[in-house]
Design a protein around this ligand. Structure first.
Ligand SMILES: [Zn+2]
Ligand SMILES: [Zn+2]
Length: 226
């Protein structure tokens, strides 16, 4: 008789012993619930809404250049911890389930996805671009979606956005990126791991609109709350 027992492993977030009968094998049900995936968010900026409205007051008053933003949740525990584990400890195996959870939210996927580039020295330091790896995973899970790399160029000498305040980020981002080639689709999604102020995706959206792209969505793992 073959004995088959669930193989126990430890939750990547709290260290609790989990097994395959508990649903997910990388984090425990308690940590999964803390991701609060079903919180109502503004469809434009991805920030949490307090009412059942579709959009927040700010986006109604001044809509962003993109159509819709999809994100899993706020950039806080536990999603922020998982993203840091992927980036700093190179736990790449945590990314596919997060990418799948993000894909599951997207009802009408764009036929083409593009990525937020890093400068070559940022790339050398980290060894990978999370936006690109995430885009690959999303393109794999949606066969009708094509990944078009190298649509944008990041200039080498621009300072890291996270070191700047909001006004400086807006000014910096306009000098930091340019368009290398026009995407061959009228509906395009820009993929970023974390959207902080939105300055980067705003500028990249404007570059796409300038060359005739008609509809832009943003796919990101997390949105930094205000
Ligand atoms: Zn846990
Ligand atoms: Zn909004």
């Amino acid at each position: 008789m073959k004995l088959s027992l669930p193989i126990p492993s430890l939750c990547h977030l709290c260290g609790l012993r989990i097994d395959s009968t508990m649903g997910h094998h990388l984090w425990c049900p308690h940590c999964h619930r803390q991701m609060a995936l079903h919180i109502k968010r503004c469809r434009c900026c991805g920030l949490q809404l307090e009412t059942q409205a579709d959009k927040c007051g700010q986006c109604l008053k001044s809509p962003p250049p993109w159509h819709q933003m999809y994100c899993l949740g706020d950039y806080q525990y536990p999603l922020s911890t998982l993203i840091q584990q992927i980036k700093r400890q190179k736990r790449y195996w945590l990314l596919p389930p997060l990418a799948q959870m993000l894909s599951d939210l997207i009802l009408h996927p764009a036929p083409m996805v593009v990525t937020v580039p890093m400068s070559w020295h940022q790339y050398l330091l980290r060894g990978f671009n999370l936006s690109e790896v995430l885009a690959n995973e999303i393109a794999k899970s949606a066969p009708q979606t094509q990944l078009m790399p190298d649509v944008f160029l990041k200039h080498a000498r621009s300072p890291m956005q996270k070191t700047l305040d909001k006004t400086a980020r807006l000014r910096n981002v306009r000098q930091a990126f340019s368009l290398r080639q026009r995407p061959k689709a009228s509906h395009v999604a820009i993929i970023d791991d974390v959207v902080t102020t939105g300055a980067t995706v705003r500028h990249l959206s404007e570059l796409l609109l300038d060359v005739g792209v008609e509809k832009i969505d943003i796919y990101c793992l997390c949105r930094t709350p205000k």
